[in-house]
Design a protein around this ligand. Sequence first.
Ligand SMILES: [Zn+2]
Length: 101
Amino acid sequence: MRRRVASAVKPNPAHFALAKLEDLLQDRLFVCTQNVDDLHEQAGSKRVVHMHGELFKSRCDTCNRPPFRDTDSYALPAELPRCDCGGRIRPHICWFGEVPV
Ligand SMILES: [Zn+2]
């Protein structure tokens, strides 16, 4: 549901302003956001740190498989998607009560 909702949102002028500033300052600008959407990237930012993860990525809750791009919207699956290792696939975001990684 969160992916469906976030997919319908577009970057606002602030996102575009930061992307333009990044073009100007290059690596002297550090964009670190608590947002889990990809609006900064849609606006053109290239070096964004998502301290609470990224909604359009998933990861395994068991193994060290790197997070991967995932835009699927699971409609309350009877069985959660599984990794090759058997672990559960979950959104690559930090839920309330979890420590950002
Ligand atoms: Zn795994």
